[in-house]
Design a protein around this ligand. Structure first.
Ligand SMILES: *Cc1c(COP(=O)(O)O)cnc(C)c1O
Length: 476
């Protein structure tokens, strides 16, 4: 169809497209095949040339103004793509956003012990599923079962890939083909993909909504109970709060109601916390232990939120319920990997010494660190940066607020110190973009005409990245 309309110039351009074989020959001379298999180089050549062909064909007007790249330019482009393949895409970044549990930036950083355990366990063989006492097959999640039960007071424990998997698995085990009662105020979406009604549907359970968005009473739950009811589900509303004329039914009342009718209660806690954060001036978040003390049947939460460990889904609760969940064939599909398990076990051990946990786990450290210490760090960075001469940058320190993030403590404003950077020749968004494109990217936030680095989420060990990054930006 396009063919008929092709003008002469277009035809000339198409004929002039570099030949794959010629480009390949030049690439071979440049040593491209030494680093990358020939079949990959060839497929990149093809797609680069194909892209040019499409460009010529799709030009809306006539292609008169168009010039073909030289063979040399095509070779360079292919080389750039090949070089890109050799660069890690998953990279370390400096989190200067002040969001402590930033889902897009990998949530919780691991503690030193967890990292060491990763090296030890992942680099060789382990007793992952081997019972060293009996000399026979063991269960992978048994390694953390005991410590989880001791820390939380739960009868039994299971860990899976993440909390979404934990919720799916528990719902599927306990309520497939049956009804689950949930308050309309708790039908939440957490992040883009996790929505309670959708997870419920995938689990095969039927959602039975009760109450209203802002008020759900015990009576609403009770009225909904019928022969099809398999479970009462409570969901932590995580990343939002409904304020004003509200009423929700507390977990203990739901547990009592469930007991009356012989129906188990499940709580999707979201961000399971083992530390008593109110001791550090933060709002009170019930600990996992507090939650289990209500007698709730089963609780699920993430390993990489307030717990401060690797991505994982922790399921705690009563033995009979946990036994059923463990036998669900879905468990095999959602199972936890050995790297995660090694890091999770080391993370949990930190809580055996709670005062140490808040200094060793970076999430807890960032949440509880005194403003005075954050300020000290801010001034240290400021004086380090003032020793350099960054052309056109005005750097100062100012007060602000950090956020917990990751759906935890949504209403908590945590006072912090910010490094403010104003450029005389770059707009804040252009500076923010350049920071993002550094070899070690610095993810910052913008407020009007400033770029802000929140010192609460920046460690002293990361200062050189900031100094070198700013140097690079201002000297190019
Ligand atoms: C974060 C969260 C989830 C999802 O947990 P992942 O670990 O991201 O799978 C589910 N429910 C609640 C209430 C949450 O806060």
């Amino acid at each position: 169809m396009t063919k008929q309309k092709l003008d002469d110039h277009r035809m000339t351009l198409l004929r002039g497209l570099p030949k794959i074989d010629e480009v390949m020959l030049s690439l071979e001379k440049k040593g491209a095949f030494a680093r990358t298999p020939k079949y990959i180089v060839k497929s990149i050549c093809r797609s680069v040339v194909e892209e040019l062909r499409q460009e010529i064909l799709n030009k809306q007007m006539d292609a008169k103004g168009m010039r073909l790249p030289t063979a040399g330019e095509v070779v360079d482009k292919v080389m750039r793509i090949i070089n890109g393949l050799h660069q890690y895409r998953l990279r370390k970044v400096v989190n200067a956003t002040g969001v402590i549990l930033h889902t897009n930036l990998g949530r919780a950083p691991l503690c030193a012990d967890a990292l060491q355990r990763l090296m030890e366990i992942a680099g060789g063989y382990s007793n992952l599923e081997y019972d060293l006492v009996k000399g026979e097959r063991g269960l992978r999640y048994d390694h953390v079962q005991k410590i989880l039960c001791e820390l939380s007071g739960a009868e039994d424990a299971l860990v899976v890939n993440n909390n979404a998997a934990a919720v799916l698995l528990a719902l599927n085990t306990l309520a497939e083909g049956k009804q689950v009662i949930v308050s309309r105020g708790e039908l939440v979406e957490i992040g883009g993909e996790f929505r309670i009604p959708e997870v419920m549907e995938k689990s095969g359970a039927c959602l039975y909504e009760v109450g209203t968005t802002n008020r759900t009473r015990l009576k609403d739950y009770e009225k909904a109970i019928g022969p099809e009811t398999a479970l009462i589900l409570k969901v932590h509303t995580s990343n939002f709060r409904i304020i004003g004329f509200t009423e929700d039914t507390d977990l203990a009342s739901l547990v009592a109601l469930g007991k009356n009718y012989g129906i188990p209660v499940m709580y999707d806690l979201g961000s399971g916390c083992f530390a008593e954060l109110d001791r550090y001036g933060l709002e009170r978040e019930p600990t996992v232990r507090d939650v289990l003390a209500t007698g709730v049947g089963v609780v699920t939460f993430s390993g990489d939120k307030l717990l401060g460990g690797p991505q994982a889904g922790v399921i705690l609760g009563q033995k009979d319920i946990l036994q059923k969940i463990k036998k669900n064939p879905l468990n095999r599909a959602l199972r936890i990997d050995k790297l995660t398990l090694a890091a999770l076990e080391a993370t949990l051990m930190q809580y055996l010494q709670p005062e140490m946990a808040v200094t060793r786990l970076r999430v807890l450290m960032a949440l509880t660190e005194k403003l005075a210490d954050v300020t000290k760090r801010a001034k240290k960075l400021l004086s380090m940066l003032r020793k350099e001469h960054f052309e056109g940058l005005a750097i100062s320190v100012t007060k602000g607020f950090s956020m917990s993030g990751g759906g935890s403590l949504p209403a908590q404003e945590i006072p912090t110190m910010l490094l403010s950077i104003v450029s005389t020749h770059m707009s804040p968004s252009s500076l923010e973009e350049r920071l993002r494109r550094l070899d070690v990217p610095i993810i910052a936030r913008i407020a009007e005409d400033e770029v802000l680095f929140d010192m609460r989420t920046i460690e002293e060990g990361e200062f050189p990245y900031i100094r070198d990054g700013l140097k690079k930006i201002t000297s190019s």
